[in-house]
Design a protein around this ligand. Structure first.
Ligand SMILES: [Zn+2]
Length: 157
């Protein structure tokens, strides 16, 4: 456990260096996580916060985190399941959201939310690149074979 925390700290400390390098190449403005998106990410694995924050600095499209887009209780998961927004019922089949290892996004374009495939794919490129730069394994639901879930990402343990 201690060793794991130490590794996280080391990786986290490299973040400003990576950002500085990227800033030199930057020709566009940098996006920032809104307070609501931050709230929706409360309780998730710290690696997710690092990935999301880095992705916002390199993405060409702004994005946010919807309600239930971070850590979910079994009740939240049940709500998503009943709405048809998830294949996991929260009890027999648990979602990675229930253990804080997953997050969902929406694109923020011209002042409104978008789940357009084009926007999702561009965002996935920035998010997957950020995870790779940080050395974290991340899976994108947009590449799932049976149930394509474009706004969904989860850490690979
Ligand atoms: Zn999800």
């Amino acid at each position: 456990m201690e060793r794991r925390n130490l590794k996280r700290l080391t990786v986290g400390s490299k973040l400003p260096i990576i950002i500085t390098k990227l800033e030199k190449l930057r020709v566009k403005k940098m996006f920032k996580l809104s307070n609501r998106s931050k709230e929706n990410l409360e309780g998730v694995d710290k690696r997710i916060i690092e990935i999301v924050e880095l992705a916002l600095t390199i993405s060409v499209i702004d994005f946010g985190i919807p309600k239930y887009g971070g850590l979910r209780t079994a009740g939240d998961q049940r709500t998503m399941f009943k709405k048809g927004a998830s294949k996991c019922d929260g009890i027999e089949k648990k979602s990675a959201h229930q253990s804080g290892l997953a997050f969902d996004i929406f694109a923020y374009v011209d002042g409104s939310a978008s789940w357009d495939r084009y926007h999702m794919t561009q965002l996935a490129a920035a998010i997957l690149q950020s995870a790779a730069l940080l050395g974290y394994g991340l899976e994108w639901g947009g590449l799932w074979r049976n149930y394509v879930d474009m706004p969904h990402f989860q850490l690979k343990e």
